[in-house]
Design a protein around this ligand. Structure first.
Ligand SMILES: Cc1ncc(COP(=O)(O)O)c(C=O)c1O
Length: 321
């Protein structure tokens, strides 16, 4: 356990996790849809012969609601399909069909509150070999859980990160731009962060440049300009990352791509991470070194405020005319 509590892409906090069994798995509130069949989380079953389980052969998305509406769903579905295409994995349902499944799965989860949704598409069940023809049907799982808001203390005090010794995958290995279930590299990087009591791990690419974090994208601020590593650095093109370029335009703060190296971390005024579930969180320490003033900076805070305003506006039901 880190000083921040349990950290996961879904940002589960101890308060939201419910009772834990000895394995540490929370008997949390979840509703799950497996190939169109909706059950409680503890009733949901996927075969041990599923190639997602056996080989990590699949893709996923994590999205969340604002005003109980899936936020930027079109962008998440587009990325899901792009990821699946890269694995020659078919996703037969239409986007409308997937949206219906998401809404059916969310129904009744955290009434009146927000929901986090994880969609997983795997190669499916088949013989124990790597031949895609072994699996005639993909498995499509949708997990809906109460969204657990990032604690305000993290925004007030900031987080610490470490630079992991594990490198981000080379793009000619499992390409980081694919949001794949093959996450061992990220898991190992995050283990390093947890061992050092940090909230996130920065991964470098094969050229030694900063790429991104284990479960989030990385941004730095210098002289009023916000920069984030380019796609060519080998990273996941975060939906939040892309949205932040638009938020920057809104508030008149330039947000650009730029190559960043570890030495730059000593020169920056601010550092922050972004993801769907974490929005924007300021980083105040890298290892033992403070970032900038050692306190959360004003630009990350302004971007977060505007980000939330836009998210709430975009998900507000249109007024009936
Ligand atoms: C490796 C990695 N990078 C970046 C992100 C942020 O992506 P998004 O903003 O689409 O949630 C994630 C989110 O899960 C991630 O796993």
């Amino acid at each position: 356990m880190t000083p921040y509590g349990t950290v996961s892409e879904e940002s589960e906090t101890p308060e939201a996790s419910g009772d834990r069994s000895r394995s540490g798995f929370a008997t949390m509130e979840a509703t799950v849809n497996v190939n169109g069949v909706v059950t409680d989380g503890d009733q949901a079953v996927v075969s041990v012969f599923d190639h997602g389980f056996l080989y990590g052969d699949g893709v996923y998305e994590t999205l969340r609601t604002y005003n109980r509406q899936p936020f930027l769903l079109d962008r998440h579905l587009a990325r899901l399909r792009a990821s699946a295409d890269r694995l020659a994995l078919e996703v037969p349902p239409t986007d409308a069909d997937l949206e219906t499944r998401i809404r059916e799965t969310m129904r009744g989860v955290n009434p009146g509150g927000e929901v986090t949704v994880r969609m997983v598409v795997t190669r499916g069940v088949g013989e124990l070999n790597y031949d895609p023809a072994a699996c005639p049907q993909p498995t499509i799982v949708i997990i809906a859980r109460p969204h657990s808001q990032i604690p305000d203390t993290l925004l007030r005090d900031g987080i610490s990160v470490v630079v992991a010794s594990v490198l981000r995958n080379h793009p000619r290995s499992v390409d980081p731009s694919i949001k794949s279930n093959n996450l061992l590299n990220n898991v190992l990087a995050m283990h390093e962060a947890i061992r050092q009591g940090a909230y996130e791990a920065i991964l470098l690419n094969h050229r030694g440049e900063l790429a991104e974090c284990s479960q989030s994208n990385l941004f730095a601020v210098r002289d009023g300009v916000v920069v984030t590593p380019p796609l060519d650095a080998g990273l996941l093109e975060g939906v939040t990352r892309n949205f932040l370029f638009e938020v920057g335009v809104d508030i008149g703060v330039p947000v650009r791509e730029a190559v960043l190296r570890p030495a730059d971390l000593e020169q920056v005024d601010e550092l922050f991470i972004t993801s769907t579930t974490r929005e924007v969180i300021p980083v105040v320490r890298v290892g033992t070194r403070p970032v900038g003033s050692g306190r959360p900076g004003p630009i990350a805070s302004r971007l977060l405020t505007r980000f939330r305003d836009r998210a709430r506006t975009l998900t507000r039901a249109p007024v009936a005319g």
